[in-house]
Design a protein around this ligand. Structure first.
Ligand code: S2G
Ligand code: ZN
Length: 459
């Protein structure tokens, strides 16, 4: 029996797609570099169906690629070599909510915003947030340990996973941690699957933790003279308030938001860099503290101008300056790097990388923005309209090695939050030692002995 016939036995035929449009749609993520070429797309409805598929794939040596919202930026969900794409679109149910545990049991295909909305309805808060939360799925967020814009205040996805049900690449169903807050009974295997990019098995269900909802919050946008000043401003504000976010963007980035989106500039005075910070503002003391800190930073000439939201609406408007950057500049097919160093090394890192970029890309426009409060900066080089995409990618990748050598000397990460996937796989050694890479490969063999899980990704 051929593979497609076998798959339609495992799944009712509405859950096996092989038409050209579906193969194109489900065989890619947000990277536009690899030509999608999957064998078929399947839509499991249960953990047991996923297990049956994995057992079959092991027998037939078929490669399986997990697929969630397909918003990845490193090619982690690309199927370019006749793999079977396993989409969780039909495993999108919220199974349980418990207000005392502050926990939600989700199937992997639950959209992040679905979880955020359920939390809000119960006056709680799911704090991992990013611009694509309307299309990303919890399974994908877990598999990439998604970060986003609130890491300063709430950490990454990893901090909010109370339990996982996984199907390993060997076809075993593991129910990990059962939602327990404490569980000192050996290796916490859940942590291996968080950030594994689907290379160890499938996440089919997750128990996610919720936070107390912030009663009120304010946003400030500060015009800043230079990066060393920006880090001093971060330190002043993190010591004065409970920050939930501390983001930044460069003047050129703001220029695009102003000219392409028509967003109003946040301050009268222009400056080379802007900080966007958010803090819980549920009493007058906090507001007074924020203004006092702002005045102090102005006196130190670190800040040249600034604005503070006076309403939730205004806070959301200010956030759009940061949250809408990625979508706004997508039209320029930017070459992206997602880099991180420990926070105190940001000025040195940015100075060194900026020099390399300026020397090599004098003809390109370079945008800097990101989660500077986490030490995570996004470097985006815009493709000149008249330049061929392949030539542009080739020119940009030449500089990768120089940038990543700087990261290596600073013990930074060549991929802070977007994952390794296909795009960063060949640079992994700049951030992971040979011994670490060998150990990761040994761990993969334990969970995926026949190498059917997302082959070619990460390792
Ligand atoms: C961000 C979104 C993806 C990108 O805006 O923080 O992680 O780099 C990014 O455009
Ligand atoms: Zn980001």
């Amino acid at each position: 029996m051929d593979t497609i016939d076998s798959l339609t036995k495992l799944f009712d035929d509405a859950c096996v797609l092989t038409d050209a449009e579906s193969l194109q749609t489900y065989g890619k993520d947000w990277t536009k570099i690899h030509q999608p070429n999957p064998l078929a797309i399947v839509f499991p409805k249960s953990t047991e169906q996923v297990q049956a598929l994995v057992k079959y794939a092991n027998q037939e040596s078929l490669a399986l690629v997990p697929s969630g919202g397909r918003t990845g930026l490193s090619g982690g969900a690309v199927a370019a070599n006749q793999e079977i794409v396993v989409s969780f679109d039909k495993m999108n149910q919220i199974l349980d909510f418990n207000s005392l545990d502050r926990s939600v049991q989700c199937q992997a295909g639950v959209v992040t915003q679905q979880l955020q909305n359920l939390a809000t309805e119960n006056n709680l808060f799911y704090p991992v947030d990013f611009a694509s939360s309307g299309s990303t799925q919890i399974g994908g967020n877990i598999s990439t340990n998604a970060g986003g814009i609130k890491v300063v205040g709430y950490g990454l996805t990893r901090n909010w996973v109370l339990g996982l049900t996984v199907v390993t690449g060997a076809g075993e169903i593991l129910k990990l941690n059962h939602g327990l807050v404490k569980n000192a009974t050996g290796y916490d295997l859940r942590q291996l699957f968080i950030g594994a990019e689907g290379t160890l098995g499938f996440v089919t269900e997750a128990t996610m933790k919720l936070a107390r909802a912030p009663q009120n919050f304010s946003v400030m946008v500060l015009a800043i003279s230079d990066i060393p000043a920006l880090m001093k401003v971060f330190d002043a504000f993190q010591n004065a308030l409970d920050l939930s976010a501390f983001e930044f963007f460069s003047e050129l980035t703001l220029h695009y938001m102003h000219t392409d989106k028509g967003y109003a500039k946040p301050t009268e005075t222009d400056a080379p860099f802007y900080a966007l910070l958010e803090f819980d503002n549920d009493n007058e003391q906090r507001e007074a503290k924020a203004l006092e800190t702002f005045e102090y930073c102005m006196e130190q000439d670190w800040v040249v101008d600034g604005v503070m939201s006076q309403s939730i609406e205004q806070a959301k408007t200010l956030w759009k300056l940061r949250e809408d950057i990625s979508e706004t500049i997508a039209v320029y097919t930017p070459y992206k790097n997602d880099l991180s160093v420990i926070i105190s090394k940001v000025p040195e890192f940015l100075k060194k990388v900026d020099e390399v970029v300026a020397n090599n890309y004098s003809e390109f426009e370079v945008l800097w923005y990101g989660h500077i409060g986490d030490g995570n900066l996004h470097l985006n080089i815009l493709k000149p309209a008249d330049m061929d995409a392949a030539e542009f990618t080739q020119k940009c990748s030449v500089v990768n090695h120089q940038v990543f050598e700087i990261m290596q000397t600073l013990e930074g990460s060549i991929s802070a939050e977007h994952g390794v996937g296909l795009l960063k796989r060949d640079y992994l050694h700049y951030s992971r030692s040979p011994e670490e890479i060998a150990t990761m490969k040994a761990v993969k063999v334990v969970f995926d002995p026949n190498g059917i899980m997302n082959p070619g990704k990460m390792l």
